[in-house]
Design a protein around this ligand. Structure first.
Ligand code: NAD
Length: 447
């Protein structure tokens, strides 16, 4: 790839987890040298052996493609001394009142500050981890200035630039963003980050430059807006289920054509989960309370989403006779990931087990994680087909592509109930089962 003038040639990525590893690999594959840093020496060793430290689509391939420009260490200070940009992508766990803790970010900023102190070259520190508004310009800036003895915006740069990625497509999403947020201490730092993204991205995203707090708020705003849209579609789905003749896909397909609304994330189905979406509404609520403002919309979205599993369990109980075996297909929070944080499949499993249901479960990647949280409760199946063959009622909670490869004859023996949250089951399945699409009015069986 042709090098753009003034483009950073070497960057450090601090935190080689679910976001940091794919980002480090993608950047190195696009021609920039990357020093990955993690406190976890297992992840560091894996990167140095050319192996993927986490499960993520295409990660092993991108590590191979960037191999000669990608190495890892546990030494934050040394990595900072070498890098032109230092991205911090460490965990920012939720606090009980809804905000995000920056204790790991501050722990990383101490050695980064010491690294900055030793060098002459201008270095930009970029906070990529999700933080609460006020954090970058507050405690993070103070910590870096204290340990470097330098002033942010003058002697080193500081930016807040989060990523809008989904697990399972992190590399694609990182390389092809709709837009980039850049909260910046000074224009020079923003320009350096611009040059970096122009080299690394496969598209030419709009880059929105602003101060720290507006960028921090924008990150929360994207996720709270999208989840509100999902929850709106789920409200329509619930109404359609009870409205004779109701079909949520007809409604959302029509209103999605209105450019003020748009079709993305407007598929009435079941609740959202994952490590980011659920916590961002809580964070927006906490932020509003701290400012004595109102965030009732974000709080209602969260409350409504937490009630979605009850709606799904009610649907199962309406269609499952007493003693029926219920199978759940899909336990991860979305396809193509092993992550189960707040997944609807797991929440449904818990709800049904608490109700005394005889339960079978299957997921292509999340079985180990599911065993940890569900214990001995359900029967763990070896495949989607096994789960289907042994169940009286099957719920498709996550639309993994591999489920739909199960041959129709798996349904042939007896007429099972198929509850399809995403309305993606092939026609052959529908005709061989009592098909119950979520969001569509289907009268419950009599008796
Ligand atoms: N995973 C996602 O889908 C996603 C999406 C958008 C934003 N984010 C944000 O990115 C941040 C990281 O998330 P993640 O999912 O990659 O977390 P993760 O837990 O998968 O990985 C974090 C890594 O940071 C390392 N680490 C912790 N403290 C460190 C330190 N002081 N120095 C060096 N390494 C350290 C850990 O060992 C771990 O490998 C969070 O703020 C999260 O909110 C994540």
């Amino acid at each position: 790839m042709a090098k753009v003038k003034g483009v950073p040639q070497k960057v450090a990525v601090i935190g080689l987890g679910k976001l940091g590893s794919p980002m480090a690999a993608a950047v190195s594959a696009r021609g920039v040298t990357v020093i990955g840093v993690d406190l976890d020496s297992t992840k560091v060793e894996k990167i140095n052996r050319g192996e993927a430290p986490v499960n993520e689509t295409d990660l092993a391939d991108y590590i191979r493609r960037g191999r000669e420009r990608l190495r890892a260490t546990t030494d934050l200070e040394a990595a900072t001394a070498e890098a032109e940009i230092v991205f911090i992508i460490v965990p920012t766990p939720s606090e009980p009142q809804g905000g995000f803790s920056i204790r790991h970010v501050l722990a990383a900023c101490e050695p980064i500050g010491r690294g900055l102190k030793k060098k002459k070259a201008f270095t930009v520190v970029v906070i990529t981890a999700t933080v609460m508004p006020g954090s970058t310009g507050g405690a993070i800036r103070e910590c870096l200035e204290k340990h470097s003895g330098k002033t942010a915006g003058k002697e080193f740069g500081l930016c807040y630039s989060p990523e809008f990625i989904a697990l399972g497509s992190v590399i694609h999403d990182f390389l092809n963003p709709d837009f980039i947020l850049c909260g910046e201490s000074d224009p020079r730092s923003g320009e350096i980050l611009d040059a970096f993204y122009q080299t690394v991205c496969e598209n030419e995203p709009y880059i929105a430059h602003m101060n720290f707090v507006n960028a921090e708020l924008s990150k929360l705003a994207v996720n709270t807006f999208v989840t509100t849209k999902i929850t709106y579609a789920n409200m329509l789905a619930q109404i359609c289920e009870r409205l004779p003749g109701g079909d949520v896909d007809k409604v959302t397909a029509a209103i999605g054509h209105d450019t003020r609304i748009g079709e993305k994330y407007l598929k009435g189905a079941i609740g959202y989960g994952g490590p980011c979406f659920p916590r961002d509404n809580l964070a927006m609520g906490a932020l509003a309370r701290s400012l004595e403002a109102q965030a009732a919309l974000a709080e209602t979205t969260d409350r409504q989403n937490r009630a979605e599993v009850i709606r799904l369990a009610d649907l199962v109980n309406q269609h499952a006779k007493p003693g029926a075996k219920v199978g759940i297909l899909g336990l991860s929070y979305k396809p193509d990931t092993e992550v189960i944080d707040e997944s609807q499949g797991i929440l449904l499993a818990r709800q049904l087990l608490d109700g005394g249901r005889d339960l079978l479960v299957y997921d292509p990647m999340a079985m180990d994680a599911a065993r940890v949280v569900l214990g001995e409760g359900p029967q763990y199946c070896g495949s989607a087909e096994e789960c289907i063959r042994q169940s009286d009622v099957v719920v498709i909670a996550v639309p993994w592509k591999e489920f739909f490869l199960v041959p129709e004859n798996a349904f042939a023996a007896r007429r099972i109930v198929l509850i399809d949250a995403w309305r993606m089951a092939p026609a052959g399945w529908r005709s061989k089962t009592r098909y119950v699409p979520v969001g569509v009015n289907v009268p419950a069986p009599k008796g």
